[in-house]
Ligand binder design. Structure first.
Ligand code: FEO
Length: 408
């Protein structure tokens, strides 16, 4: 666990994990950080728990001892979000501190007992409620439901103008050497920006309408520092992550960067040859291509790539009267993430009968994805010259269609 002073009386405690699947399913090629915060006035509060604490009391005493805090004397635990990556330490904490109060939203309060038992003092907070810690430190609480669970809220500390946002404004990516945006190189900032897209698409995209509301709410504060539960602390330019999150909400609605993701799969190379042809066309047009072959690519990479692209090419054959399953599963995941209104073109091979096209229509309809398709091109066996010519025309049409969906 690493401890960093953020301002007088406010410390960040951060731990990074490299070898886990986030939510048990999302690959983390660059790891993830789990950030907690201590705010000390005359009383002491901890925001979002001490993630990464191994449950052994000595570890907690040692870590907090570095900033002269006794865990038994922590008065308040602020739970901005009940998901166990932020609250999972509570059960063990109860064993060493018998007299603390948890501050949560009403919905969060209903979750405490099922998750961590009933021997916890709970104080339910609503919009604008405050907690005076003394010594000039006052916390206020601001529910922002469904970012990402229904009980989520923001916590604001006025003297330092710090907004503690938990999942909101978070990013994947371990924090190992640098923790604050003003410490980071351009290369590091670029990495965390890409990791923020991946985090948003993997974890928050389903809730992007509620994230938009939370962005609006966060703009009501005079902000010097944005302190999320995952990723860097923004104190040089907190507006950057707000603007980025506004853009990511638009990605969920079909907008994207000036690039095309080819989401494809192939059994024996018939569809793959047409994919190679499509790549050449896009290269000649100077369009950036994201090559996502299923099932080889991870779900995390697949979702992120489609999420951030203004144009999508689906290249998938028919398999046993339906769509090639790895691509069908990918599409289903994109539907669950409510990635809507994308500009798309599909082509693919079939053997004795089609069927992929029918299942594609079903998936799009089931998830109300409202994707806008250029007319598909299907070919029996390998693509002939006439098929390739149709593919080329359709790609030009896709490039035209995506022009009004590109945002920077
Ligand atoms: Fe970082 Fe939704 O938990």
């Amino acid at each position: 666990m690493n401890i960093k002073e953020m301002s007088q009386g406010i410390h960040m405690l951060s731990m990074s994990i490299d070898d886990m699947l986030f939510e048990g399913m999302w690959e983390l090629p660059h790891g993830v950080s789990l950030n907690s915060f201590i705010v000390k006035g005359e009383k002491t509060a901890i925001i979002d728990g001490i993630i990464g604490w191994d449950g052994v009391p000595e570890t907690l005493y040692k870590s907090l001892g570095e900033i002269d805090i006794n865990p038994e004397e922590i008065d308040y635990v602020i739970v901005n979000h009940m998901e166990p990556d932020h609250s999972g330490w509570l059960e063990n904490f109860k064993k060493i501190n018998k007299n603390f109060t948890v501050l949560v939203t009403q919905k969060g309060g209903q979750m405490i007992e099922p998750f961590y038992g009933d021997s916890v003092n709970i104080q339910v907070v609503k919009e604008g409620d405050s907690l005076d810690l003394g010594d000039g430190k006052v916390l206020t609480f601001h529910p922002t439901p469904n970012v990402h669970w229904p009980e989520t809220m923001l916590t604001y500390e006025a003297s330092s103008k710090t907004l503690f946002t938990c999942d909101m404004y978070g990013a994947f990516g371990s924090l190992k050497n640098h923790y604050f945006d003003d410490e980071m190189t351009e290369e590091e900032m670029n990495l965390y920006e890409e990791e923020a897209k991946r985090y948003f698409s993997n974890v928050l995209a389903t809730f992007s309408m509620m994230v938009e509301k939370a962005i609006k709410k966060s703009k009501e504060f005079d902000i010097a520092v944005i302190a999320p539960g995952h990723g860097p602390i923004y104190r040089d330019n907190p507006q950057k992550i707000i603007k980025d999150y506004e853009k990511y909400c638009q990605f969920s609605k079909g907008y994207g960067e000036n690039e095309i993701t080819i989401l494809w799969g192939s059994m024996y190379g018939m569809t793959q040859k047409a994919v190679d042809y499509a790549k050449d066309i896009l290269k000649n047009q100077g369009i950036k291509v994201n090559d996502i072959q299923m099932p080889q690519a991870s779900q995390s990479e697949m979702v992120t790539s489609v999420f951030k692209s203004a144009g999508i090419i689906l290249a998938t054959p028919t398999y046993e009267y339906k769509m090639y399953p790895p691509v069908a599963h990918a599409l289903d995941e994109l539907g669950r993430k409510r990635i809507a209104n994308k500009e798309v073109f599909r082509f693919g091979s079939y053997g004795w009968s089609g069927g992929a096209e029918k299942e594609l229509a079903q998936i799009i309809e089931n998830h109300k994805m409202k994707w806008n398709f250029v007319e598909s091109v299907e070919f029996n066996g390998k693509a002939e010259e006439s098929d390739l010519s149709k593919i080329e025309s359709a790609i030009h049409q896709l490039i035209e269609n995506m022009k009004n969906k590109v945002i920077n």
